[in-house]
Design a protein around this ligand. Structure first.
Ligand SMILES: [Zn+2]
Ligand SMILES: [Zn+2]
Length: 124
């Protein structure tokens, strides 16, 4: 009685998990590409212009600070250079610090967020 090999089931499960993970990653990472296609490569604060050579310094800011809120019309995105983006988040954090900054406020699972460590740094 060995018609069902358990390895088959676990292989299928691995595939499902891999697909789900890929979907989640695409949801999280896709917005930068889309925002860069949708908007001119100019910082929305200091009007600095970007080219392919330095576009990595241009970041996608979420106007409502919710990285999971990515409407297809781009209304929650704003292109900011890293400096202005930094500024924007510092102000937000200063403001949020007045209220009880508990878990689940601006924490985001986005792995590509260059400001992930910023909040922790500012808490020192
Ligand atoms: Zn700027
Ligand atoms: Zn931002």
């Amino acid at each position: 009685m060995n018609t069902r090999k358990p390895t088959l089931d676990s292989a299928r499960l691995d595939k499902v998990v891999a697909l789900a993970r890929r979907d989640a990653e695409q949801r999280g990472h896709g917005y930068r590409e889309r925002a860069l296609k949708m908007y001119p490569w100019i910082c929305g604060r200091c009007a600095r212009e970007f080219t392919r050579a330095n576009v990595q310094e241009l970041t996608v800011h979420h106007r409502n600070h919710d990285h999971d809120y990515n409407p297809p019309d781009g209304s929650n995105w704003e292109l900011l250079c890293v400096y202005c983006h930094d500024n924007e988040h510092s102000r937000y954090i200063d403001h949020a610090a007045g209220n009880a900054a508990g878990p689940g406020d601006v924490a985001s699972p986005a792995t590509s967020n260059p400001f992930a460590g910023l909040k922790a740094l500012l808490k020192k």
